[in-house]
Design a protein around this ligand. Structure first.
Ligand code: ADP
Length: 395
């Protein structure tokens, strides 16, 4: 093993080049790998397909099930530090890696708390942070009881494995309860219920927290979802500085409350009256932070790599007054190759990212476009000019 005797960072005990293992091989892992490679890291991705977006890019990939402790151990033996691109990894298996002496960031305890929406909200609430009223429900009768306290509508959620609105069901009244309970598999899975929080905007902040607890906070952005999938991110959000300051503080405290290390996405709701609550926190790099690749001095991906390796964090400051990110979503089940890339690339100032997925599908995240501008309106116009040229498999 080679080390750097003159380098005082914790990385000095690592193999050189530093080997970063990423559990999961989707677009988030791909963008993490793209940020780690210029820092001289070797990236090893674990995913069950050899053709995942990140595995096609990383020089080394391990094909296997990331919930299988033996496979995780194989990854750990080839890496100096392990990180993850999704919150669905088996926390007990990660804890076993830690016990065997392998550094894992964010850690197993943080993941265990955050991957269950109920324990995550309890932790945030116990830290004095505002969240919508919530409770665990074990039967439709308990949902009825929650409605008596919170009122309708309610949002019924699976505690685990939900993403992009899969795992959520809005109950407008008691009449929706049988369908909602059945749709989320309430007889099999653990559910929770929340008051429907009347937000006028959804905000998000990326927080990168170092192992030392030091953190950098990116600008507050506005996210606009359609069918529960993020479509547009506007950076910075057009909100009063006082609201931005509160949102930033809330986000920083939330990531500290769960003991996070790395880049985390904190999603919040803002009401017409200016009240803020945390909707959820993702223990990983986040779609609301893709704009940081071009729009910030140091991206959420590079800062994640720096944080998990114990290196100094970079600046989250924006390099332009405004930036807009548009997701490129699939519309139909079709092969993944993009149609219209050439005209999209003719749009000056639009940064096109394609994830290299082999197949597309309705709502599937296939890529994104970011544009910077003097104003949000000009950044949006540039991003739209490119994004509307691109489709997947079919126009
Ligand atoms: P996922 O984990 O699938 O992203 P979320 O819990 O973040 O699910 O919910 C997805 C979307 O559903 C949110 O972005 C928001 O638009 C809406 N939503 C979730 N919880 C509530 C709530 N308590 N009140 C109102 N809308 C909600």
């Amino acid at each position: 093993m080679q080390t750097h005797p003159t380098d005082p960072s914790p990385a000095q005990t690592y193999h050189y080049p530093v080997r970063l293992g990423i559990i999961g091989g989707g677009q988030l892992a791909r963008m993490l790998a793209l940020a780690a490679l210029p820092l001289g890291c070797e990236v090893i991705v674990l995913e069950n397909s050899p053709l995942s977006p990140a595995a096609r890019l990383a020089p080394a990939a391990l094909v296997g099930d990331w919930n299988d402790p033996a496979t995780l151990l194989k990854l750990a033996e080839r890496c100096d530090v392990i990180t993850l691109e999704n919150e669905f990894v088996n926390a007990a298996a990660l804890a076993a890696l830690e016990q065997a002496g392998h550094p894992v960031y964010p850690g197993a305890a943080c993941l265990a708390v955050t991957q269950d929406k109920l324990t995550q909200k309890q932790t945030l609430q116990n830290a004095g942070l505002a969240v919508p009223r919530f409770r665990a429900v074990r039967s439709p009768a308990e949902v009825q009881a929650a409605a008596a306290d919170f009122g309708w509508p309610l949002v019924l959620k699976t505690r685990r494995n939900g993403y992009d609105g899969k795992g959520n069901f809005t109950l407008r009244s008691a009449a929706d309860l049988p369908a909602g309970w059945a749709a989320l598999g309430g007889d099999r899975l653990e559910l929770m219920v929340e008051e429907f929080w009347p937000f006028t905007r959804e905000l998000a902040v990326i927080v990168t927290r170092a192992r030392t607890g030091e953190a950098v906070l990116y600008p507050v952005v506005e996210t606009i979802q359609q069918n529960h999938v993020c479509h547009v991110v506007k950076a910075p959000a057009e909100i009063p500085p006082e609201v931005a300051a509160r949102a930033t503080e809330l986000a920083g405290r939330a990531v500290a409350a769960v003991g996070g290390v790395g880049s985390f996405g904190v999603e919040m709701f803002l009401s017409a009256a200016g009240a803020l609550v945390i909707n959820e926190l993702a223990p990983r790099v986040h779609n609301s932070g893709h704009y940081t690749i071009e729009a910030c001095v140091c991206s959420q991906f590079e800062n994640h790599v720096r944080a998990v390796l114990g290196w100094p964090l970079g600046s989250p400051t924006m390099v332009a007054p405004a930036a807009v990110m548009l997701n490129l979503l699939g519309t139909v089940a079709a092969p993944g190759q993009p149609v219209g890339l050439v005209p999209a690339l003719q749009q000056t100032g639009a940064h096109v990212h394609l994830y290299g997925k082999l197949t597309s599908g309705p709502g599937r995240k296939m890529g994104h476009v970011t544009a910077l501008g003097g104003t949000l309106a000009s950044a949006l116009a540039t991003a739209q000019r490119a994004a509307r040229e691109i489709s997947f498999g079919a126009k």
